[in-house]
Design a protein around this ligand. Structure first.
Ligand code: FES
Length: 106
């Protein structure tokens, strides 16, 4: 299974997601939470906001534009005005990096 490296674990602080550009994917957000790592699309489904500019509280990311919220584990929309989920991707840890499988490309 070919993997795409997104972000070194050493560069991730809890509560501060990192925005990553990877070929074949929309902008991605990489999160650390409770000794685990999560990957979602970075662009809010309500507007063109980067969720990495928002506020992570536990397993919830709040959009910086209008305060909509998403579950970083599933991508589910949790708070108005967001009603459409963001895509989430299974994170794979490999050699100190957070990766996703290339087969997840759109
Ligand atoms: S753009 Fe994200 S809540 Fe409006």
């Amino acid at each position: 299974m070919p993997l795409i490296k997104l972000c070194a674990i050493a560069e991730l602080d809890r509560g501060f997601p990192v925005r990553v550009e990877a070929d074949g994917f929309p902008p991605l957000a990489v999160y650390a939470y409770a000794a685990t790592y999560y990957v979602t699309d970075d662009t809010c489904t309500h507007g063109q906001a980067s969720l990495c500019d928002g506020y992570q509280e536990g397993d919830v990311i709040e959009c910086p534009f209008h305060g909509g919220q998403f579950d970083i584990k599933t991508g589910a929309a949790l708070a108005y005005p967001c009603t459409e989920a963001i895509r989430s991707y299974p994170a794979v840890i490999n050699d100190g990096w957070v990766c996703i499988a290339a087969e997840n490309q759109a």
